[in-house]
Design a protein around this ligand. Structure first.
Ligand code: UDX
Length: 430
């Protein structure tokens, strides 16, 4: 099938490469020339395992990138994979996807015959039908349900495992009440869903929009709930990980997303929880559990710092911060819990020595004046404390390196360091 994707961010590029790998002819449109050149040269514009190989195989061949919307005219279906960032007040900013819908509509004006447009971006319920579809119809002169067809197909890819997640999804969601759009979605996803037992959820457009928010709100709340429980555990000297392992055996609870600690960050959970809370408030509803989930998450960094305060006054002292990315396996620092932790250390007058295997450059804009060490060992040298913010595997192997510390106090936000003789060790929830 001839498929186009507008947006070459982490979702757009991943699905473009995966669709090409499934045998489709794919056009990926983006305004950024460097990104377009990278894709056509077979290089990944983002750090995502597996994407380099897919782009090396298909970039410039089955997958072509372009800045020109006209190339969409050669395709049958367009996915809008554009950012919907948070505004200052937590609501989502749909201006980029609206502008893209307008340009796409203008372009489609010259196309004879049907075209299907699918919202891939995360948007508040009713955005596709009440905002994007009318923009597309007005700009293209086409008629909805006649020669213009719309749908919503949310994406559940995780950073760091996006290609794997695309190939092995827990579900695929097709939200539309338009048969032509539904048939087109089945055709695009046929290579994935026909030979497997991946559940396909056929639903309405607004339900599909809400499924994405509900998915992320549920997972974020699950982590906040285990953090709440973990904080109680800590007060009673109970190991929250042993508790989580046991409750996870109950199939109704499940073992995943039960790692307590510093909480969630990244580009999705913080943005999506805020956006759906804001939308609920706009509609006159106070989602108390979700608000509490955000509140618990916001407090975890301060709990880590207060455990540190119990052991050492860090004013004027060197403190090692291990891990800067929002989770292991990525260089993304958006909403990383390391950010409030470092801010808290600076407020206390500490000198911060930070280390991360890949994310140091990305956090430099937040903290231009702290020391960036090239190894955990260098960060730990002469430090009066060490705070662990990301569960990178390599930190589990640290041992003699702690001997170089001035005072061997380790406060672990991710349960990655083992308790051992000679270390004053505090786990956040254990
Ligand atoms: C998430 C969703 O999982 C994905 O479906 C959606 O499309 C985008 O948002 P991602 O942000 O890449 O993906 O990260 P994820 O692996 O889900 O982790 C989110 C955050 O939760 C991370 O900060 C992680 O450290 C934290 N987390 C996760 C925990 O603190 N404990 C856990 O048990 C699991």
């Amino acid at each position: 099938m001839r498929v186009s994707i507008v947006g070459s961010g982490y979702v757009g590029t991943t699905i473009a490469a995966c669709f090409a790998d499934m045998g489709h002819d794919v056009v990926n449109v983006d305004i950024d020339e460097e990104t377009v050149d990278a894709i056509n040269d077979g290089r990944s514009p983002i750090h995502e395992p597996g994407l380099d190989d897919l782009l090396a195989t298909h970039g410039g061949d089955a997958l072509t990138a372009t800045t020109d919307y006209e190339d969409i005219l050669e395709t049958d279906i367009t996915f809008l994979a554009l950012p919907t960032p948070s505004r200052e007040d937590g609501s989502i900013d749909t201006s980029t996807i609206e502008a893209a819908a307008e340009t796409l509509g203008d372009t489609l004006r010259t196309k004879d015959g049907d075209h299907v447009v699918v919202t891939k971006s995360t948007v508040i319920p009713t955005t596709t039908a009440e905002t994007l579809a009318p923009i597309l119809a007005d700009a293209s002169g086409k008629e909805l349900g006649e020669d213009l067809h719309t749908a919503m197909n949310p994406e559940f890819l995780r950073e760091g495992t996006a290609v794997k997640d695309f190939r092995n999804p827990d579900k695929v969601v097709f939200g539309t009440d338009d048969d032509t759009a539904l048939d087109a979605l089945y055709e695009v996803f046929a290579p994935l869903v026909e030979s497997s037992d991946i559940p396909v959820v056929e639903t309405g457009v607004e339900e599909a929009e809400m499924i994405k928010y509900a998915n992320n709100a549920f997972l974020a709340s699950k982590v906040s709930l285990i953090n709440d429980i973990g904080n109680i555990c800590k007060e009673y000297g109970v190991d929250a990980y042993e508790v989580a392992d046991a409750i996870g055996l109950d199939e109704r609870i499940g073992v995943r997303f039960l790692r307590s600690g510093l909480g969630w960050g990244g580009s999705c959970f913080p943005k999506d929880t805020k956006a759906i809370i804001h939308a609920a408030n706009d509609a006159g509803y106070e989602p108390a559990v979700l608000e509490a989930a955000v509140d618990v998450n916001d407090r975890q960094p301060e709990r880590l710092l207060s455990l540190l305060d119990d052991h050492v006054d860090v004013a004027g002292e060197r403190v090692a911060v291990l891990g800067l990315s929002f989770k292991p396996g990525t260089d993304d620092v958006r909403n990383s819990r390391a950010i409030p932790v470092i801010e808290g250390l600076q407020k206390r007058g500490a000198t911060v020595a930070a280390y991360d295997p890949v994310a140091a450059e990305n956090i430099r804009a937040h903290f231009p004046d702290i020391e960036y060490s090239d190894s955990p060992e260098h960060a730990l040298e002469g430090a009066s404390a060490c705070l662990v913010c990301t569960d990178w595997d390599e930190f589990a192997a640290l041992d003699d390196e702690f001997d170089a510390m001035d005072k061997p106090v380790v406060v672990d936000g991710r349960r990655v360091i083992e308790r051992r003789d000679g270390l004053t060790y505090e786990g956040l929830t254990w």
